[in-house]
Design a binder for this molecule. Structure first.
Ligand code: BEZ
Length: 212
């Protein structure tokens, strides 16, 4: 199985979940998607990640993003774990958790790294665009919880740069100035960026976020 790279089509699958069977591409529809793996049910770091992701429900919804978790455990275990997550994190899980005991999804997305663990998945994140292409991959070890705010930040960048000829600079967050891509000439930029720009170098032109 080949490593998934940016721009590849996200593999389709059908797998059971806490909200019934999910046919991935059909379930995504025209939305963006975040698929993220959890090494095991009833583990502490995963419990905090799922609770925090549930807390950000409105943030994902306003960006037209569907969230899908996956763990190699079964639906029955997931459902019991969801109760613990609500009890300890204060948020009810409001997205499906795939049951992947046959590792279909884990294998398709290369989520098991045998030199880290033969049985547990690493903490993978895939952001998938409405075109079903992989837009971002992240891989964290089991011992490090992910930064879900960073995933939201990347979604903002991906959605902005899909619509405008810009890139986002270091540590950018929504609302801050952006960079005009070098493929756009100054002449072309006059029409595309009517608010103007500051050229720190010919290749480094900073402009206010164009959709604000
Ligand atoms: C956790 O989610 O806490 C965890 C899972 C697997 C290995 C280490 C930590």
């Amino acid at each position: 199985m080949a490593t998934l790279r940016l721009g590849d089509t996200a593999p389709d699958f059908t797998q059971d979940s806490t909200e019934g069977p999910i046919q991935f591409h059909k379930w995504l529809g025209d939305s963006w998607g975040v698929l993220f793996s959890h090494p095991k049910d009833f583990t502490p770091v995963c419990t905090t990640e799922l609770g925090y992701t549930a807390k950000l429900k409105d943030e994902f919804a306003k960006r037209n993003v569907k969230v899908l978790a996956v763990s190699v455990d079964a639906v029955r275990e997931h459902k019991a774990w969801v109760g613990d997550i609500e009890e300890t994190q204060g948020f009810k899980v409001n997205f499906p958790i795939l049951a992947d005991p046959d590792r279909k999804v884990a294998d398709l997305y290369d989520m098991i790294h045998p030199n880290a663990s033969d049985t547990l998945t690493v903490r993978s994140v895939f952001i998938i665009g409405p075109d079903k292409k992989v837009k971002l991959t992240l891989t964290y070890p089991a011992s490090t919880g992910r930064n879900v705010d960073e995933i939201i930040r990347v979604l903002d960048s991906l959605q902005l740069t899909a619509d405008y000829s810009v890139a986002t600079p270091v540590n950018w967050t929504d609302g801050e100035d952006v960079i005009i891509v070098t493929a756009v000439s100054d002449e072309d930029a006059k029409g595309r960026f009517p608010k103007g720009w500051k050229a720190l170098k010919p290749y480094l032109r900073v402009t206010p976020q164009p959709n604000r």
